[in-house]
Write a protein that binds this ligand. Structure first.
Ligand SMILES: Nc1ncnc2c1ncn2[C@@H]1O[C@H](COP(=O)(O)OP(=O)(O)OP(=O)(O)O)[C@@H](O)[C@H]1O
Length: 259
């Protein structure tokens, strides 16, 4: 991948919480414009911490980047404020959806456009685009988000992020707690947004099978280190990935993917 084609480059990230718990000790990944990259790994492997480091959200949890760098569109953004990253086009949808439950679906969506200087008609146009991608949200637009289903809340959280016109959408575990059909629906829509709107996506997922179906490439984390990366097709074909991330075939001992 040439330097110019890279939208995001993460190099050698080390991060801790509370100055004591080491969560990352060597995460490297990159994403080209127009790609979907999946970040895979078991519980506690460091997926969420990596995404929060990319969006500079760690300080809110007494977390800290000790070493390494995050570059977005060729510029070092490691210490940039999260709001400034959003204005630059790097927008994260946090794990657990986090809709404003006492606002309607439409109010939630519109809130995503408030930080930018778009006119009312631009926001209305963006809203219609979100409804075209997520027809369920149009049906529910006057309903309080707290009264919608988990899948609809996930769609609302993604739609709200789209209203801020991201170039890179960072998603943390969009499948969490959702029925398989809803998960497929959400990933299909993400793929359509990627193809039709050129939206680049970095998605952390425990559901490796779904993530590898829709991603172009993937990076696997183990214990805070990126141990393997490659095209989704190549990773899906590997026996160790099949056994430990796709649950397909038992093997005698856990492979050290790093070696
Ligand atoms: N706010 C926090 N304070 C202290 N330690 C944390 C915090 N968040 C995560 N950790 C620790 O950092 C390590 C990496 O966690 P992280 O949440 O990044 O992993 P993950 O791969 O996203 O896991 P999961 O799939 O379970 O969400 C774990 O050891 C975890 O216990």
């Amino acid at each position: 991948m040439s330097e110019d084609s890279r939208l995001l480059t993460v190099e050698g990230l080390h991060a801790t919480y509370n100055h004591s718990i080491t969560a990352l000790h060597g995460v490297t990944l990159s994403l080209a414009r127009g790609e979907i990259v999946a970040l895979l790994g078991a519980n506690g492997a460091g997926k969420t911490t990596t995404l929060k480091a990319v969006s500079n959200l760690l300080p809110a949890e007494r977390g800290q980047i000790l070493a390494g760098s995050v570059r977005f569109e060729g510029r070092d953004v490691t210490r940039d404020a999260p709001a400034s990253l959003v204005r630059r086009g790097l927008v994260q949808v946090l794990e657990g959806r986090h809709c404003f439950k006492s606002l309607t679906v439409e109010e939630n969506l519109v809130s995503g456009g408030l930080g930018r200087s778009g006119s009312r008609s631009e926001i209305a146009r963006d809203l219609e685009k979100v409804y075209a991608h997520f027809p369920r949200l149009k049906e529910k637009r006057r309903v309080l988000s707290g009264l919608t289903s988990g899948g609809e809340q996930q769609m609302t959280a993604i739609g709200r992020a789209l209203l801020s016109r991201p170039r890179l959408l960072v998603l943390d575990e969009p499948s969490m707690g959702l029925a398989p059909l809803v998960v497929q629906d959400i990933f299909r829509t993400l793929k359509r947004l990627n193809r039709e709107e050129g939206l680049s996506i970095l998605v952390a997922e425990q559901n490796s099978a779904v993530a590898l179906t829709y991603a172009d490439r993937a990076v696997i984390l183990e214990n805070g280190v990126s141990v393997l990366s490659g095209s989704a097709a190549d990773l899906k074909a590997r026996d160790d990935v099949k056994a430990f991330y796709l649950g397909q075939k038992p093997v005698a001992a856990a492979p050290a993917l790093a070696h």
